[in-house]
Design a protein around this ligand. Sequence first.
Ligand code: MG
Ligand code: MG
Length: 256
Amino acid sequence: MAWERNVVIKSQPEIEIMQAAGRINALALKAVREAIRPGVSTAVLDKIAETVIRDHEAIPAFLGYPGPTPYPGTINACLNEEMVHGLPSARTVKEGDLVSIDCGTIYQGFVADSAFSVGVGEVSKEVKQLLEVTEKSLEIGISKMLAGNRVGDVSAAIQEYVESFGYHVPREYTGHGVGRTMHEGPQVPNYGLPGRGMVLRPGLTIALEPMVLVGTPRTKVLSDQWTVVSIDGSHTAHYEHSVAVTEGKPLILTQV
Ligand code: MG
Ligand code: MG
């Protein structure tokens, strides 16, 4: 992957800016989470995130992002079988839906990237478990982001935990370094082998993002050219934090 040639170690002042970016991104996601209820459209959620970001003199990182067409929104808004890159629209969310929101913010030249999934109102037991397992898999992955560990240690820990529930991780979509650009090295898959891959060093900043699918690891892209769905229509969930490797414990950048 070309990304691996673009690994950038950040200085302490740069990490502090990334923390500020991450805080704004977290405030945007918090506002979106509070607005999720039956009947709200994903376009309204998108506007809420954009307003919070711009009110903090920051820029939505996803808006205009290069792709098959420039990305048209501030957030990715996915429902149920949609995993990532769902386009905000007039479509409304319903009781029982599983909603996944991903958002990026650029502040003083640095990017923050973070995502969460949540159930709307009462959700099935199956959805509830999927949400818990996906969130926990992110926590487990972060706990392995220690200086001296390797990328594969992080990847393998996520994969092992997710698969122990019979769930799947995708192969085509991965975590990634994050910094002055949204995607830099190293690539951090949600599957792998312990002891393999790049050694983690203090100053490395990674957007770790387990995506979990109930029925299959396989995905496809819809005809809008952006939305990625599970190929079997089963539910998927997605949690993400931008995290710095330090001399000590991993530092989550995208939190309030
Ligand atoms: Mg993201
Ligand atoms: Mg990301």
